[in-house]
Design a protein. Structure first.
Length: 346
């Protein structure tokens, strides 16, 4: 029986160099192949045109490149592009390209399905099947960068980890992917243009601060009152707001970087003055800003976007307290590509 071939992109550059030396070749060959695998994002060994045919065959005999495959691509009337991405084991995740006048943002997934159970999110209804590998995260970015160049004539400018999954529950692989995305041997993007969004895993937020990461942090808050937050995000019971607050204070003390709070306002859930006052108080713990996200309904109608009056009250109160607030209109709703709608529907 043939032995199982190894995923070549699980090797570090040093391991790849060592492999070639063991084969009686030059270590430098490892650098060349590494460049093909990452910077040039080769899909097959045959793409590696400056490598001899025999060497390519030898690689083929020993390794696989588990490159993702964009299965279907949908384009929204507003220009948003959604990719359904097939992984080497047949599972599917989604990623989204969001164009604006000045930037193109890639919204990428970190897990197949999600381990959390936010009641308003379509992805939460999918079981978490597995974590994505670093190369599977990297490939999503490369695919969107290519689409950005093709459709909008410019490279990708920003990345948000706001697709499927909870990035901090797959921290090691997310960090490895970001290392490749920011490295000169990968895409050479600035970490300042990358935002990792989390529902708030206090221990990992502290670890990120200790690791001195250079990307931005967004927290999906949605309520600053424990009882309310636990009803809509049940895992808040395990990681209550006080623990989150403490982790965010630790993050700010170490990184000196502002936090963004993602916030949806729903009628009858978090639209009272008490909810607003609690948010204002929470925002004062560490320098932060609030992104109010429009609610994207997911079938059952249990949650409804709050009235304009409630929204305006939020905005006015935050501004009065000198807290920066942006209102984010949803993009790509017609193709189920907006926040919380990623559920492998087509
Ligand atoms: N698990 C991470 C990454 C997912 S990001 C996190 O929670 O941050 C997806 C963002 O969209 C989160 O801010 C999430 O709270 C929000 N979201 C989920 N469902 C939504 C919906 N139906 N409408 C609008 N925003 C939603």
């Amino acid at each position: 029986m043939a032995t199982k071939k190894k995923d070549i992109r699980a090797l570090t550059k040093t391991q790849l160099r060592d492999f070639f030396v063991k084969q009686g070749d030059k270590a430098f060959r490892g650098n060349q192949v590494y460049e093909w695998l990452w910077q040039k994002a080769a899909h097959t060994f045959d793409d590696m045109t400056n490598i001899s045919k025999e060497t390519r065959q030898m690689l083929e005999d020993n390794f696989v490149i588990n490159h993702i495959k964009v299965d279907t691509m949908q384009r929204s009337a507003d220009g948003t592009v959604k990719n359904a991405v097939r992984l080497h084991d047949g599972l599917i995740v989604e990623s989204v390209l969001i164009p604006t006048a000045t930037r193109t943002t890639a919204c990428v997934s970190s897990q197949v399905g999600c381990s959390l159970d936010c009641r308003f999110c379509a992805t939460a209804r999918l079981k978490r099947m597995r974590n994505l590998n670093p190369d599977e995260i990297y490939d999503q970015v490369v695919a969107i960068d290519n689409e950005s160049r093709l459709y909008f004539d410019r490279p990708l400018s920003n990345i948000v980890f706001m697709g499927m999954g909870e990035p901090l529950m797959n921290y090691n692989n997310v960090i490895k992917a970001i290392d490749k995305i920011t490295s000169e041997e990968g895409l050479g993007m600035s970490p300042k243009r990358i935002t990792v969004s989390t529902s708030g895993v206090p221990k990992i937020i502290k670890k990120m601060a200790d690791d001195d990461v250079k990307f931005n942090l967004a927290v999906s808050l949605h309520s600053a009152i424990d009882e309310v937050r636990t009803t809509i995000m049940p895992f808040n019971e395990t990681f209550p707001l006080n623990d989150l607050r403490e982790a965010l204070e630790y993050w700010y003390a170490k990184t000196k970087r502002k936090i963004s709070y993602e916030y949806v306002v729903w009628g009858g859930i978090n639209d009272t003055q008490k909810d607003i006052d609690a948010l204002v108080k929470f925002c004062k713990y560490v320098p932060s800003k609030v992104n109010i996200i429009e609610y994207n309904p997911i079938d059952d109608g249990e949650f409804q976007q709050a009235s304009n009056e409630a929204l305006e009250n939020y905005i006015a109160t935050l501004e009065k307290n000198r807290i920066v607030v942006n209102v984010r209109r949803s993009r790509g709703k017609d193709i189920d590509a907006a926040c919380g709608q990623l559920a492998n529907k087509s």
